[in-house]
Design a protein around this ligand. Structure first.
Ligand SMILES: [Fe+2]
Length: 434
């Protein structure tokens, strides 16, 4: 008997799954301990990558004071971009090579943590920039050995970059979003101090909260690992191995926490909401790190990449951009309506955990019930009204489909097959929700 009927065996499917668990310290005051953590990891000369906005806030002072208290030498680097590029990765790598550091600390969002990972890689094992970049754009060369220790301290929640060995950037000459991925890029320690969330604007809380929910729910409803074709070589089992009993535990609790806290955290935040959301972000990171996301994320890259004139409120930019969490959640209700019949019990579970009354909902309507609840929560937190809310119209659907269709790794992780015709239906359905 499988641990859950969802993981019933299939003819060519995998029969085992792996458990990847990042090392995390969580709780109020955790940032103040970072000096002792750095010392315990053997750091003496540290590259401190810090988001320029965060450098002005108390969190940066807390970290620097903690390092000084242990007599550790830290050099601050704040020349970071909101969306890292090959140029900003290379500049950070040059800084790291010149500095001869034996440890890295990052304090900021996903971009800051990813930049520190890349700098650590290229300073430790210098090579052509494209050598380590994911194929087909780069040569996907394996990282030759261990990197210098890196302590990642997120000042947002949701990206879960502190849990992963992935660093994402824009390769400007090809207008492509790509990255470097290796377990060796995973930080030695993630430090999650919920106090840092107090300074986040409400729209950022909303977008990140929905991103966390999507990580958790996409992982929960991913194709079960037992239905993913088994690789001939067990060492080639992908990180996105599909839903499994371990990721389920983390995802279910993450969804429950987002459902209980997100709307209040946006409209009338209490300290306990920040703690709950940061913990949910960590759990969802563990969930998608072991299972993988699927369609809402596959669609999000096109939504973010083809933006023309949408400038979000609450982000420190005047440039058109669709923040990641928004580019994901605008697709999600349409996806739930389509995917609901593939695993109705999981969609019902999600709807209930997000606060819907599902006592009268038939399994056939499970996806629609979850979509309705998410739409209600989007309205209660000021999210845009689907794709039309971020500037897209019917005429853009073909481009959105074309740009999403190559995301096979994510699309193949869905509970049922998604190709161009399904993507077209999804983008049309996501144009407007109310
Ligand atoms: Fe995400």
């Amino acid at each position: 008997m499988p641990l859950d009927p969802y993981f019933s065996p299939s003819a060519d499917g995998d029969t085992a799954f792996t458990v990847e668990a990042p090392k995390i310290k969580f709780g109020d005051g955790a940032l103040g301990e970072v000096g002792k953590d750095a010392k315990a990891l053997g750091m003496t000369r540290i590259a401190l990558f810090c988001d320029p906005k965060i450098a002005e806030l108390p969190a940066a002072e807390t970290v620097q004071t903690a390092l000084r208290a242990e007599g550790l030498d830290a050099v601050l680097y704040t020349d970071l971009e909101v969306e890292p590029t090959d140029g900003s990765f290379k500049a950070a790598a040059d800084f790291a090579i010149d500095g001869r550091f034996d440890g890295y600390i990052s304090l900021g969002g996903g971009s800051t943590m990813d930049t520190a990972k890349a700098a650590n890689l290229y300073a430790t094992y210098p090579d052509d920039f494209l050598a380590y970049v994911n194929a087909p754009i780069g040569a996907a060369k394996p990282v030759p050995g261990p990197l210098k220790p890196h302590i990642a301290c997120p000042t947002t929640f949701g990206t879960a970059s502190e849990c992963t060995g992935i660093a994402i950037f824009d390769l400007l000459e090809m207008e492509a979003k790509t990255g470097v991925a290796s377990p060796r890029l995973r930080p030695a320690l993630g430090v999650l101090d919920p106090g840092v969330l107090r300074t986040l604007p409400a729209p950022v809380i909303a977008a990140n909260g929905f991103d966390v929910f999507s990580h958790a729910f996409e992982s929960l409803t991913a194709r079960p690992y037992s239905h993913r074709p088994k690789a001939d070589d067990p060492m080639k089992r992908p990180l996105s191995q599909g839903a499994n009993p371990y990721s389920d535990i983390a995802c279910q609790e993450a969804i429950r926490l987002v459902g209980a806290h997100l709307v209040r955290a946006v409209n009338d935040p209490q300290d306990e909401d920040y703690e709950a959301l940061m913990f949910a972000g960590m759990l969802a990171g563990i969930g998608f790190g072991n299972a993988g996301c699927h369609v809402p994320h596959a669609m999000s890259y096109a939504v973010a990449g083809l933006v023309e004139d949408y400038v979000p409120e609450g982000w420190s930019t005047n440039e058109p951009m669709v923040p990641h969490g928004i580019s994901v959640i605008v697709n999600a209700p349409a996806v739930f309506r389509m995917m609901g019949p593939a695993c109705p019990e999981r969609h019902l579970m999600g709807a209930k955990a997000m606060g819907a009354d599902v006592s009268e909902v038939a399994p056939a309507d499970a996806g629609a019930a979850l979509a309705d609840r998410i739409i209600e929560m989007m309205r209660a937190t000021g999210m845009p009204n689907g794709l039309s809310g971020v500037g897209y119209a019917e005429a853009d659907v073909a481009n959105l489909v074309a740009k999403s269709a190559p995301q096979r790794r994510l699309l193949d992780n869905a509970p049922k097959a998604v190709r161009e015709p399904e993507l077209e239906t999804l983008f049309r359905d996501a144009l407007r929700y109310w």
